[in-house]
Design a protein. Structure first.
Length: 207
């Protein structure tokens, strides 16, 4: 089983904010590939969509299927691990986990995959690492910081500025970039399900 998690806050007021980009990407993938509608699971306090992703391996003619569970924690961001602990409770399962989330250390338009890294100060990731007792899982990091015309990162400084930025919505001028991010991120999930972590990560980060 592949576990794909989109981080964000559950309330309506947080929809389409920068902090919810991971959640939005997962919702887009589920809709594109016509997975079952999300249903609330009381035990894990999460919305879940489960099914099989069909694909044709490169150079082959026969279809294969990858089992996948999409998870949207219904806790607030800093308690995301509470939901995952009920579903991904072993190190073996953790290795099949991918968490998609917003990252202030990357500029808007940049998406990277990493494995077995620290939280980088992201509260949702900190909660997951603590709850699962390890960090050997895959991440898809989606950049949300502004950049200069030369590409230099312009991270917000100070707690209040950071909060305002991550909980703010993307500006009209940023929407074209967001569309490209969504397309690339959905493709990244497809690569993970088709090629597994190592090959998918190498190909994705080079693309």
């Amino acid at each position: 089983m592949n576990y794909i998690v989109g981080l964000g806050n559950p309330d309506e007021q947080y929809e389409e904010t920068r902090h919810n980009i991971g959640r939005t990407i997962v919702e887009k993938f589920v809709k594109k590939h016509k997975f079952p509608a999300f249903e609330y699971d009381k035990k894990s306090d999460a919305l879940i969509s489960e099914g099989k992703f069909e694909y044709i391996p490169e150079g082959k003619k026969t279809k294969k299927k990858a089992e996948v569970m999409f998870i949207l924690p219904q806790t607030y961001m800093n308690k995301s691990g509470n939901s995952l602990k009920k579903i991904v409770g072993s190190k073996k399962k953790m290795d099949d986990l991918t968490v998609i989330y917003d990252d202030l250390d990357l500029g808007l338009g940049t998406v990277k995959m990493n494995y077995n890294k620290g939280s980088g100060g992201h509260r949702g990731l900190e909660s997951i690492i603590k709850s699962l007792g390890g960090k050997n899982f895959n991440r898809m990091r989606v950049g949300i910081s502004k950049t200069t015309p030369t590409g230099k990162l312009k991270k917000p400084k100070g707690g209040e500025a950071v909060l305002k930025h991550v909980l703010g919505k993307f500006s009209p001028a940023e929407q074209n970039i967001i569309k490209k991010i969504m397309t690339k991120s959905v493709k990244g999930i497809e690569l993970l399900l088709e090629k597994r972590r190592v090959n998918a990560t190498n190909g994705f980060n080079k693309g």
